[in-house]
Design a protein around this ligand. Structure first.
Ligand SMILES: *Cc1c(COP(=O)(O)O)cnc(C)c1O
Length: 426
C-alpha cells in the first residue's frame, strides 16, 4: 500500500511495471509479440471469459494476456500511466489521433443520430464529420465559442434535432485561433438534450492543452481524446492516439477498438512510455518559451495581432474561461502578419531554426500557414468567420533556447520588410 500520493511526473518511470516479470530489467521491454502462451487450458478459458465480458474480474485479478489486438504489456502499462494525468478510470491507446476520434464517434452515434460539434475542429476531424459520417446517415451541427447555451439549444431546435443528438464533441482551445469553449456550457447543453431514455455523451479533444494544462474530466466531461502524436509523443517521430474516461464508456470504446483492430503497436507504446518520462519538463519549458515569443511578437511593428492565451485580459469572457479551465497558456500561438499571404510566405520561407511543417507540441519549434495548409479544406465562409485569414501564421514553440527562437522570428520578419522595400523601389 502506498502511504503517499505521488504526482504523475514522479510515477512516469515506474507505474504499472513489475521488473520481476521481465528478468529485472529496469525499463519495460518491447513485447514485440502477437500472441501469449497460456499456462494451461483452464487459464485460457478464464482469460477469455473476462476479455469477452462473460464474467466480471475477481478482486485483484488482472486481465490475462491473450493476443496483442486485445492487450499487450506495452499498451497496458502506457494506458495506466496516461490515466494518472487526467485522473481517468481507463484509457485505450490507438494507432493515431484520428482512429481514437473516429472510434468514439462510431461507437456513440448510429444512423439517424446528430452530433453537435465545436467549430473550428482539426481538419481531419472536420472531414470525418462532414464527409464520412453523412454517408452513414449521421449529421453534424456546428457551434462557435461565442454562442450561449440557449443559442446552441435553439440551433438544434431549429433543425428539429433535439431528440436526435447523441454526442457533443468539443475541441478547446480551437486550432489555430485559440478560441476557448466553456466546458460547463457544453455540459449543460449535453444534459439538457439528455432524457431518461437517452444519454448525450460529452467528448473533448484535449490535444492542444493536455494532458498537463487542462483536465476536462474535472469539468464534467465524459470522454477525452488525444492525438498522442503531439505533446504526449512530443518528438515528431510517431503517430498515435488515446481515449480516456469512465469505465462505463471506455468498455464500449475498447470493445470497438478490438474489432476495428486500430490499437497502437507495442513499439509505439514503448516510445510513448519513453516520451511520458519527460512530458512535464518538455511542456513546462515549451510554455515558458511561448510566453517570451508571444511578448516579443506583441510589440513587433510587422505584427498586427497575436492570438495567445497568456495575453487575455480580465473582463474578457475568454479570460474567465481561461482562468477556470487552464493552468498554463500553453505553447501554441498564432499571429496576423501585416499584409497577406505574400508576407506570411516570405516570413515562413526565411526561417532558419524553426521548421516549416504542420503538427505541434514537439521538442522543435514549427511554423505553418493555416489558411493554405492545415485549414485549406475549411470553406471560405467558415474560414473568414473563424478568423483564419491569409495573414495568419501558426507557431508551435519547442524547447530550444528562447533567445534563438526569437532571433529567428526577428530575422525572418526583417526579410519581409526588405523585400517590400525592393518592390517599392522598382
Ligand atoms: C493532430 C490532431 C489530430 C489528429 O491526430 P493524428 O495523430 O494526426 O491522427 C486531432 N486533433 C487535434 C487537435 C490534432 O492536433
Amino acid at each position: 500500500m502506498q502511504d503517499r500520493y505521488f504526482q504523475p511526473e514522479s510515477l512516469m518511470m515506474t507505474h504499472g511495471y513489475k521488473p520481476e516479470l521481465s528478468e529485472g530489467a529496469i525499463k519495460c521491454p518491447i513485447f514485440q509479440t502477437s500472441t501469449f502462451v497460456f499456462n494451461n487450458a483452464e487459464e485460457g478459458k478464464a482469460f477469455f471469459q473476462v476479455a469477452y465480458g462473460k464474467r466480471e474480474k475477481k478482486p485483484n485479478e488482472e486481465l490475462g494476456l491473450i493476443y496483442s489486438r486485445l492487450n499487450n504489456p506495452d499498451l497496458q502499462i502506457l494506458e495506466e500511466r496516461l490515466c494518472l494525468w487526467d485522473k481517468a478510470e481507463e484509457c485505450a491507446v490507438f494507432e493515431s489521433g484520428m482512429s481514437a476520434i473516429s472510434t468514439v464517434m462510431l461507437e456513440f452515434l448510429r444512423p439517424g443520430d446528430v452530433m453537435l460539434y465545436s467549430m473550428p475542429v482539426y481538419g481531419g476531424t472536420d472531414h470525418f464529420i462532414n464527409k464520412v459520417l453523412p454517408e452513414y446517415g449521421i449529421i453534424g451541427i456546428g457551434f462557435t465559442s461565442d454562442q450561449s447555451t440557449e443559442e446552441i439549444l435553439q440551433l438544434v431546435h431549429d433543425k428539429e434535432a433535439s431528440e436526435k443528438v447523441k454526442l457533443v464533441y468539443v475541441e478547446t482551445p480551437a486550432n489555430p485561433t485559440n478560441a476557448l469553449f466553456d466546458l460547463s456550457v457544453c455540459r449543460e447543453v449535453a444534459d439538457r438534450l439528455s432524457s431518461e431514455t437517452k444519454e448525450v455523451v460529452l467528448c473533448v479533444d484535449n490535444t492542444y492543452m493536455g494532458p498537463l494544462w487542462q483536465h476536462p474530466l474535472a469539468h464534467g466531461v465524459d470522454l477525452i481524446v488525444y492525438s498522442a502524436t503531439k505533446y504526449i509523443g512530443g518528438h515528431s517521430d510517431l503517430i498515435a492516439g488515446a481515449v480516456l474516461g469512465k469505465s462505463k464508456y471506455m468498455k464500449r470504446v475498447r470493445t470497438l477498438r478490438t474489432f476495428l483492430g486500430n490499437m497502437a503497436g507495442p513499439w509505439t507504446g514503448w516510445l510513448l512510455m519513453r516520451s511520458l518520462e519527460t512530458l512535464k519538463v518538455r511542456m513546462t519549458q515549451q510554455a515558458t518559451n511561448a510566453l517570451e515569443v508571444a511578448d516579443f511578437l506583441k510589440s513587433h511593428p510587422k505584427v498586427e495581432k497575436v492570438y495567445f492565451l497568456g495575453h487575455l485580459e480580465p473582463g474578457d469572457p475568454q479570460y474567465e474561461i481561461f482562468k477556470k479551465q487552464h493552468t498554463s497558456a500553453g505553447a501554441m500561438l498564432s499571429f496576423d502578419i501585416k499584409g497577406g499571404e505574400e508576407e506570411a510566405f516570405l516570413f515562413l520561407n526565411h526561417l532558419k531554426l524553426i521548421k516549416l511543417a504542420v503538427s505541434l507540441g514537439s521538442t522543435e519549434s514549427l511554423a505553418e500557414h493555416p489558411a493554405t495548409m492545415t485549414h485549406s479544406d475549411v470553406s471560405d465562409g467558415d474560414r473568414l468567420r473563424l478568423g483564419i485569414s491569409e495573414k495568419l501564421v501558426r507557431l508551435s514553440i519547442g524547447v530550444e533556447h528562447f533567445t534563438d527562437i526569437i532571433w529567428d522570428i526577428s530575422q525572418a520578419l526583417e526579410k519581409v520588410s526588405v523585400v517590400e522595400k525592393e518592390v517599392m523601389l522598382k
